[in-house]
Design a protein around this ligand. Structure first.
Ligand code: ZN
Ligand code: ZN
Length: 258
């Protein structure tokens, strides 16, 4: 299974910078988990193959360029872009984003060949097929309705915490999964800002360490994501200082394989 965290900013030579401002993971160039940077950073080849997008929650950094991506692809689509989210989040996307004011209600539009966008409701706790993957999501602990999820291609499993403070059900879900090879966990704020992390529904490196103690797997790679760009250096130091084997900060743009 191939996973890339798409970059969200670029240097003067057009190379991806290490800071993560938006969230969009691509799995096997086919399925996106969140769509923050999809329209900015997906390659032409990836644009042709990504038709399934899971939106974990409606915060801007997780769906900022979803409308732009659908707009870009509008005339070219031979099948709809499927947007997977809980009913609650679908309602929020319809109300606040695809509302004919901020952007068109693409789920009601077609290009002559097919509908351009289709919502697929996610029911928490129930396994769902998303392209070549089996996906199960549960609610995590953020300030808006948010899901964490596990995804498997039949051989390899991966887990995404999305944005969350301390949480329980997600870890039970991950612990039940047999072949989990990699976990993507958020680490937004430095340890000194644990109060802000708590009220905004996020984790610090110390919070990550506490969460990882709930994990019964001990042979998986743990990639920290969602490091707030202004604190990236200190966050990387604090993550390293935890001394947790196989924990590192994920590099935007790099292709990882498990
Ligand atoms: Zn969020
Ligand atoms: Zn976020």
């Amino acid at each position: 299974m191939k996973i890339q965290l798409l970059p969200s900013t670029f240097d003067e030579h057009g190379r991806a910078t290490p800071e993560q401002r938006l969230t969009c993971f691509l799995i096997d160039d086919r399925v996106a988990v969140d769509a923050g940077s999809i329209a900015l950073a997906a390659t032409d080849a990836q644009r042709q193959t990504v038709r399934d997008i899971i939106v974990t929650h409606p915060h801007m950094d997780h769906m900022a360029t979803l409308p732009i991506f659908i707009d870009d692809m509008f005339a070219l689509l031979k099948e709809p872009i499927r947007v997977y989210a809980t009913e609650e989040v679908i309602g929020l996307l319809q109300r606040d984003v695809f509302n004919w004011t901020v952007y068109p209600r693409f789920s009601e539009l077609a290009n002559g060949t097919c509908k351009v966008m289709e919502y697929v409701p996610i029911h928490v706790g129930e396994e769902l097929e998303v392209a070549h993957l089996k996906v199960t999501a549960v609610a995590v602990n953020h300030i808006v309705p948010t899901i964490g999820l596990v995804a498997s291609d039949g051989k390899t499993g991966v887990a995404f915490s999305s944005d969350t403070a301390t949480t329980e059900e997600f870890w039970q879900l991950v612990n039940r999964m047999p072949d989990v090879a990699a976990l993507f966990i958020e680490a937004s704020f430095p340890n000194s800002m644990s109060q802000l992390a708590d009220v905004s529904g996020h984790l610090t490196p110390e919070g990550v360490a506490a969460e990882l103690r709930k994990l019964t797997h001990n042979h998986l790679d743990v990639l920290a994501v969602h490091l707030k760009p202004s604190y990236r250096h200190i966050l990387v130091e604090e993550l390293n200082a935890l001394g947790i084997p196989r924990l590192s900060a994920m590099e935007p743009g790099r292709e990882y394989e498990w």
